[in-house]
Structure formats: structure tokens, C-alpha cells
Design a binder for this molecule. Structure first.
Ligand code: SF4
Length: 338
């Protein structure tokens, strides 16, 4: 039998990230360590603009691109005036010269309003990634996010109604978490069919208010094993709705890695979760086959992640009935199981 990987195809343009740590944020969220994640502890917006302009001009001169410009790390829609307009005007200049194909930003669900977003859309914003974190009132309250699940849902509609593409970010394992909550959030997110999703299991980072709660025994982060299993369960649900999952876990960054005190922060978290999700898909196909499999041909582009981190899934494939050498990587688009 032949079958495709259910993951939607990746975007064509490369992302050009612009980090604005904490810029526009109404307060510091208990878990947030944008300073450690981005390696910058503040955002001097004028300095960021000047540096961005120089770098974009350099890229244009070298004939690079196109890129999707992405403003991350803060609350773009709540930047003081006229910064959103200033950054979008800069992006527009380089869009006209062909270097920039699209512009996205990240923001909070309580910092979007219909008129404001329509204005930003008219100025060239194409996509908004909402830091939803959870749709659950209890988890949002326990994490001090300052909005309800209903407001998070409404914010997604505001983004769509402004004609913008939607991205959803979830942060499972927050204070107030309970069994089944993340999978419920995933189903809600998938039902909204956003263009992209990012899933960042919560970790305890030095310098965040979460450290105090964790040290007092009031918060326990997920284990890495739980994170891998929960993410692996979430992936097919999102893929089934055509959602591109563009990040699993926080990106490794020396300043972050040195400051994570607890929680599922592992450089191979995403690889392990993707590999486990794929394993479950293949296990279902083997069940359909109804007998011991003899050969599995796998598209070569999955060879790096297929067996998971340090071949952790090799024994599991063996238990499923695959003999040594019966899994082969080939220049093919489809999986083939015999
Ligand atoms: S989670 Fe978002 S809103 Fe909260 S401090 Fe971090 S960047 Fe700002």
C-alpha cells in the first residue's frame, strides 16, 4: 500500500525574523523569557529599524530573497505609535523591490482590534500569529494571562475578519494545566484551521516569575517524555486540518539553554515528537495490512528524523514486525508498505 505523509507542504519563502523582545507587552507573563530566547534583553526600536534597513539593503544588493519578514518576541500590535506603521513602511519598500514577499507579526489575543488590524493589513501586514497559549479559562487565569478562552477565540476571528492569515501558538503545561487540556486546546486550534501552529511546552527559565512558583512547589512542568507524547498526539490532529506546525519546543539558543531550570527543553524534542507521530501513522497502516510487514519504503526527506533521536524508535519498529534492513529510504514522494 502507498500513502503520503499527512503533513502539509512547507512554505516556500524563508522567514527573516526580527526580534523585538517584550516591545509593546502590557506586562511580563509568568513563563516568558524573550530576553533569553532572543539573546537580547530589550528592544531599542530605532536601533532595530536601522539595523534591519541596513541588513535588508545588503540582502537586496546580493540578490537574495524573497523572504517573509516576521516581527517576533513582543506584542507588535501594541507597539507605541508610530512603530507598527514605521516597520510596515520599511517592509513595503523592500516588498516593492522584490526582497520581501510577506510580512507577519506575533501578538497577544487581547491586543488586537478590528479597526487596528484592518489598518495594519492595509499597510502591508499579511499574517498575525496569536500567542493564545491556551483556550482554557483556568489555565489562563493561573498563568496570569489576563484574557479568557472566549476572548482568545474572538481574537482569531478578528484576525480573519481583517483579511489576515492566522497563526496560533499554544503553550501546554502551564500553571493550571490538567490531563487532557492540551489535546482539547489542539482540537480547538485545529477547528479554526489556522495557517500555522507553534507548540511550546512550558519550561521554567531563570529570571521569570514562574521560578518562584516552581521553587515553592506550586508548579510542576511536564517531563520531556510527556511533552514528546503529547506533541506526537497533537501533530496529526493539526495536519489533518492542513495546519503547518512550524515549531515544536523553544528553539535552542545558548542564552536560553543555560537558563532553563526545569521542564521539557531538549534540542531533539521536535524530532522525537515528529518521529513518534509518524510511527503511529505507520503502525495504523501495518494494522490495516493485517500481517507482518516485509518492506517499508520511506521518502528520503524523512531519513533524518524517522527513527527519532539517537534511533530511539528502532526497537519499536522491530516490535511492530519490521526485520533488520526492511525499512529503506528512497527518492520517492510516497511511503510504500508491503
Ligand atoms: S508571552 Fe508575549 S505578551 Fe507575554 S511577555 Fe512574552 S512576548 Fe510579551
Amino acid at each position: 500500500m502507498r500513502f503520503a505523509h499527512p503533513e502539509p507542504s512547507p512554505a516556500s519563502a524563508r522567514i527573516w525574523p526580527v526580534f523585538l523582545p517584550f516591545a509593546g507587552c502590557p506586562h511580563r507573563c509568568v513563563f516568558c523569557a524573550q530576553d533569553k530566547q532572543t539573546g537580547r534583553d530589550d528592544a531599542d526600536l530605532d536601533a532595530v529599524r536601522r539595523e534591519l534597513e541596513t541588513d535588508l539593503q545588503g540582502a537586496l544588493n546580493q540578490g537574495r530573497g524573497p523572504y517573509e519578514l516576521a516581527f517576533y518576541g513582543g506584542t507588535f500590535t501594541a507597539l507605541p505609535a508610530p512603530w507598527p506603521e514605521t516597520f510596515l513602511a520599511l517592509a513595503d519598500r523592500f516588498r516593492k523591490s522584490g526582497l520581501i514577499s510577506r510580512v507577519r507579526c506575533s501578538t497577544r489575543p487581547d491586543c488586537v482590534d478590528p479597526d487596528g488590524l484592518k489598518l495594519l493589513a492595509a499597510l502591508g501586514l499579511d499574517m498575525v500569529e496569536l500567542g493564545i497559549q491556551s483556550f482554557d479559562d483556568g489555565a489562563l487565569r493561573a498563568s496570569g494571562r489576563g484574557y479568557s478562552g472566549k476572548m482568545a477565540l474572538a481574537a482569531c476571528a478578528v484576525v480573519r475578519d481583517a483579511g489576515l492569515a492566522l497563526g496560533i501558538q499554544l503553550l501546554p503545561g502551564l500553571p493550571g494545566d490538567r490531563p487532557g487540556l492540551f489535546q482539547s486546546d489542539v482540537r480547538t486550534a485545529a477547528g479554526l484551521a489556522p495557517e500555522t501552529a507553534r507548540l511550546y511546552p512550558c519550561v521554567v527559565v531563570r529570571g521569570t516569575p514562574l521560578v518562584d512558583l516552581w521553587e515553592r512547589g506550586g508548579y510542576a512542568p511536564w517531563t520531556t517524555d510527556r511533552a514528546v507524547h503529547e506533541l506526537a498526539e497533537a501533530l496529526p490532529v493539526l495536519w489533518a486540518e492542513g495546519v503547518r506546525v512550524i515549531r515544536l519546543g523553544l528553539a535552542p539558543e545558548p542564552t536560553l539553554d543555560a537558563n532553563v531550570l526545569a521542564g521539557p527543553h531538549h534540542p531533539a524534542l521536535g524530532q522525537s515528537a515528529r518521529a513518534l507521530a509518524l510511527f503511529e501513522i505507520i503502525r495504523a497502516r501495518v494494522r490495516e495490512l493485517g500481517r507482518r510487514p516485509s518492506v517499508l519504503e520511506v521518502p528520503r526527506r524523512y531519513s533524518g528524523e524517522f527513527f527519532g533521536h539517537a534511533r530511539e524508535l528502532a526497537p519499536t519498529y522491530f516490535e511492530l514486525g519490521f526485520a533488520e534492513g526492511s525499512i529503506r529510504f528512497a527518492e520517492t514522494e510516497l511511503f510504500s508498505l508491503e
